[in-house]
Design a protein around this ligand. Structure first.
Ligand SMILES: C=C1C[C@]23C[C@H]1CC[C@H]2[C@@]12CCC[C@@](C)(C(=O)O1)[C@H]2[C@@H]3C(=O)O
Ligand SMILES: O=C(O)CCC(=O)C(=O)O
Ligand SMILES: [Fe+2]
Length: 350
């Protein structure tokens, strides 16, 4: 079956944009990683301003709350989500074990230029002339191939943690997507591919382990540059170190999304923005780094099966803003146009 990995085959990345710095061996921020952020928006203190909503998924009004948060922010945090805490702890522990390996070992599982899985810089690295203070590891399904290279006799724990978490997070993501679709007025018939009973069309998920080592000069470094996610929905576990920021609007600028113990961040991706015909905001976000803590986060990107066309929900008053696309087509557009990919699929009304 064709999958989104086709898109990565068609858009190879040069190796110098894949191999990260050996962060353990640098005492000073190198020029290659020094960003001029002076003209940047100030980050606000969330105590003085609004912050992204926190939604209790068992609340009777969860649907309305999720709809409002998606319209206003394109982001919210969920609590009482049902994912067992010990799974989150094991996930974090195994992620740390991976990134604590020496650089030469991590390079054994570096992504290939046309591949999706493995170790490397952020996919979006080639759109910037400075490098990010970041290393990541991408998993689709089982990570056993890479893990058995890293730990020939002892990869069961790592694989178990990644696979158990993917099973749980997939179900939770589908539950939240169903809630959001319902809040838009979509029927189960409209989106039959979500939770298929049996058969062949399976939605796809990508698990991304993110690592932001301690940084000698965090004010001039960038963890993960501003982007929107190319998914339908992304769920993020950011453990307990701050770093995620969401762009509110031109007046409020970057707003920190502080970690809440065991909560998950829900991020409206570009495809959900398209389906909602612009009603739900695709959150622009970034990650900043710090001098004292090695920050980890784990993101799960969820999208429709490869051959499913995503098209805007329309009615008489709201003509379609976008053309219909598959996830793979959209990833192709993103690989070429990055943050302008949505403009590229905009419908021009005459
Ligand atoms: C399914 C996805 C989502 C991808 C591309 C592909 C696999 C890797 C994902 C990330 C993970 C890290 C941030 C991001 C911005 C990146 O550089 O690679 C993501 C990107 C996207 O959301 O566009
Ligand atoms: O580390 C974070 O908080 C953000 C990660 C992120 O945006 C991503 O993986 O797409
Ligand atoms: Fe993201």
């Amino acid at each position: 079956m064709a999958s989104i990995s086709e898109s990565f085959k068609n858009n190879p990345i040069p190796r110098n944009h894949i191999v990260p710095l050996d962060f353990n061996n640098v005492l000073k921020l190198p020029d290659s990683h020094t960003w001029s952020l002076s003209a940047d928006y100030p980050s606000i203190d969330p105590l003085d301003h609004e912050a992204v909503p926190i939604i209790d998924l068992t609340h009777p009004h969860a649907l309305t709350l999720a709809r409002k948060a998606s319209e206003n922010w394109g982001m919210f945090q969920v609590i009482n989500h049902g994912i067992p805490i010990h799974l989150l702890q094991e996930l974090e522990l195994q992620t740390r074990t991976l990134f604590d390996l020496p650089a030469n070992q991590k390079l054994q599982v570096v992504r290939s230029p046309d591949g999706i899985t493995g170790y490397g810089q952020a996919r979006i690295a080639n759109f910037f002339n400075k490098q990010m203070w970041y290393e990541g590891f991408t998993i689709m399904g089982s990570p056993v191939q890479q893990a058995s290279q890293l730990w020939p006799h002892d990869h069961a724990k790592f694989c178990g943690a990644m696979e158990d978490f993917q099973k749980e997070i997939k179900q939770l993501t589908e539950r939240i997507i169903a809630l959001m679709f319902k809040s838009l007025g979509l029927t189960q018939e409209d989106v039959k591919w979500l939770r298929p009973k049996s058969g062949y069309k399976h939605p796809q998920g990508v698990l991304q382990l993110n690592s932001y080592p301690m940084c000698p000069n965090p004010n001039q470094a960038m963890g993960l540059a501003p982007h929107t996610d190319s998914s339908l929905l992304t769920l993020l576990y950011q453990s307990n170190i701050s770093g995620l920021q969401v762009f509110g609007d031109d007046d409020i600028g970057w707003v920190p999304v502080h970690p809440l113990p065991h909560a998950l961040v829900v991020n409206v991706g570009d495809l959900m923005h398209i389906i909602s015909n612009g009603r739900f905001k695709n959150a622009l976000h970034r990650a900043v780094v710090n001098q004292t803590h090695h920050r980890l986060s784990i993101a799960y990107f969820y999208g429709p099966p490869t051959d499913i066309m995503i098209s805007p929900l329309v009615d008489f008053d709201h003509p379609p803003l976008y053309r219909q696309v598959t996830w793979k087509d959209y990833l192709d557009a993103k690989a070429t146009h990055f943050n302008e990919a949505l403009d590229f699929i905009k419908r021009k009304h005459t």
